[in-house]
Design a binder for this molecule. Structure first.
Ligand SMILES: O=c1ccn([C@H]2C[C@H](O)[C@@H](COP(=O)(O)OP(=O)(O)OP(=O)(O)O)O2)c(=O)[nH]1
Ligand SMILES: [Mg+2]
Length: 153
């Protein structure tokens, strides 16, 4: 298993007292759950978004890595609580507070309580592109076919 020593700054003192630091829930979990470091409950109405602090800052430091913030499946599927930016991308040189954009895509209000685990952080490898301008591409089996080109069944 690949691991990375991830530098974390605790910006909210409830970590270590009321809340444990993010941890992998099972032996093979890919994501670290992030908490909503709110001071009071947040009522997220239908269609509303809110930028919620995670109470943490991370510095990935390794340019070969990034992190993504993803929705939690249960919250997203059952309650429509997903991310206002689709997916959050955390650059390896970012040192600011880790923020979570929460979007209630459902048609009912949803309450988020301080400390609720609302999203998850996944570290991923990064391959940087070095652009090579060409006139034509070498022929491939797919060519320009896309968007359903290969059919459904
Ligand atoms: O859900 C997110 C997404 C991003 N970030 C932070 C880390 C990331 O490295 C930085 C910039 O994100 P991004 O490049 O996606 O946003 P931008 O709108 O392009 O901002 P910038 O001009 O600062 O790059 O914001 C978060 O804290 N949470
Ligand atoms: Mg950017």
């Amino acid at each position: 298993m690949n691991t990375h020593r991830l530098q974390v700054r605790v910006l909210d003192s409830r970590f270590g007292t009321e809340w444990p630091l993010p941890a992998y829930a099972t032996a093979h979990s890919a994501g670290l759950d992030l908490r909503a470091a709110l001071t009071e409950p947040l009522q997220l109405g239908p269609g509303e978004t809110a930028l919620v602090p995670s109470g943490l800052a991370i510095h990935i430091a390794d340019p070969g890595l990034c992190a993504v913030i993803l929705p939690r499946s249960g919250l997203g599927h059952r309650h429509g609580i997903v991310l206002g930016n689709g997916t959050g991308l955390i650059d390896a040189d970012y040192q600011g507070p880790l923020m979570i954009s929460l979007w209630n895509r459902s048609d009912s209000r949803f309450a988020i309580m301080p400390g609720d685990r609302v999203a998850q952080l996944v570290l991923l490898p990064v391959v940087r592109a070095v652009l090579q301008v060409v006139d034509t591409f070498e022929t491939s089996a797919r060519g320009e076919g896309g968007f359903g080109h290969t059919g459904v069944r």
